[in-house]
Ligand binder design. Structure first.
Ligand SMILES: [Zn+2]
Length: 323
């Protein structure tokens, strides 16, 4: 019996690794580097969206992808720029968003940048220099103190205040902490001259929000964060364009897209709150189907949380606030 189990395990492992290889290939085939606005680009087609500011001086990343696709990503970036990486901002603690941090750290001034630029004069190897990997301090706190499935995490600098700003590539880059939204360590990144906001998983068009209660997320914090993003956005003429928004997953948006998303979250929150104030428990709330008119647009058709997972997280978050 044990032998059969071993064989089955072997087959399962093989199938699993085959599916991993397939998913990496599929990701590579679907990758594209989209120009968002001015100096800011978005890598689209991986498990997560990666924002990259490409300037005279350096590259600035927001989140890092699966290490397996970094060579393909860098090859696309190298078609437009030969600059080293100076900053990587991690928007929150999530294996998908931090997977490539360790490799991105090696792409600074005196390091492995040559791996992707074989003809360059930049020395290969040596100590990693000049890559600041920044997150809110709660990202590191949660990594060490809360159960999670991330084997290792590379962060070199943290901030604990409401915001952290710096100047790179002739542009002010402002990192804002959004407390207790998707997690309690969320950052959004505002490229002020390019007029682009990278939101991490606070804004995920086409997907119900994933409120991670274990990592300190909350429905009311999420609504506050969406409203904060809307305050930063200045729409262009006829409400088109203006500030562009790069979500953690899904397509690039502008003000109307964020308004639509915020309204959905706000309306569902109010429906559930209202039911709870009238004595409904979780079963009653689920039975009343408070997301019925949004399910075709957001209800897990493109991945992300199901309607039931979303309703459940809103209920538990509100219940925690009421205690
Ligand atoms: Zn995500």
């Amino acid at each position: 019996m044990k032998k059969i189990n071993n064989i089955i395990n072997g087959i399962m492992t093989l199938l699993f690794s085959m599916s991993l290889i397939q998913s990496v290939n599929a990701q590579e085939e679907n990758l594209s580097l989209l120009h968002v606005q001015d100096q800011v680009y978005m890598l689209y087609g991986a498990d997560v969206n990666i924002t990259v500011q490409i300037g005279e001086n350096s590259l600035v990343f927001v989140d890092s992808p699966d290490p397996a696709i970094i060579p393909a990503m860098m090859a696309m970036i190298r078609e437009v720029s030969d600059r080293p990486v100076h900053y990587l901002i991690t928007t929150h603690l999530d294996p998908l968003h931090v997977a490539g941090n360790e490799i991105i750290e090696t792409l600074g001034d005196n390091s492995g940048v040559g791996i992707f630029r074989p003809d360059s004069s930049v020395a290969v190897g040596g100590a990693s220099a000049g890559v600041t990997i920044l997150s809110h301090e709660n990202v590191l706190n949660r990594f060490y103190l809360t159960e999670n499935d991330i084997p290792s995490l590379t962060i070199t600098n943290t901030y604990y205040s409401k915001k952290k700003d710096f100047f790179e590539n002739d542009e002010a880059i402002i990192v804002y902490h959004m407390p207790n939204a998707h997690t309690d360590g969320d950052s959004i990144v505002y490229f002020r001259n390019s007029d682009v906001i990278s939101t991490g998983d606070i804004f995920t068009p086409g997907l119900y929000p994933d409120i991670d209660l274990e990592l300190g997320g909350s429905i009311n914090g999420l609504i506050d964060a969406l409203n904060f993003i809307l305050d930063l956005i200045v729409p262009g003429p006829f409400a088109e364009g203006g500030t562009y928004v790069v979500p953690g997953h899904g397509r690039i948006g502008d003000e109307i897209d964020v308004v639509e998303y915020r309204n959905m979250v706000y309306i569902v929150r109010n429906r559930i709150k209202n039911l709870m104030e009238n004595g409904a428990n979780l079963e009653d709330v689920l039975a009343s189907d408070p997301t019925f008119d949004y399910d075709t647009e957001y209800g897990g058709v493109r991945g992300g949380p199901s309607n039931i997972e979303f309703i459940r997280s809103v209920y538990l978050s509100l219940q925690r606030d009421m205690e």
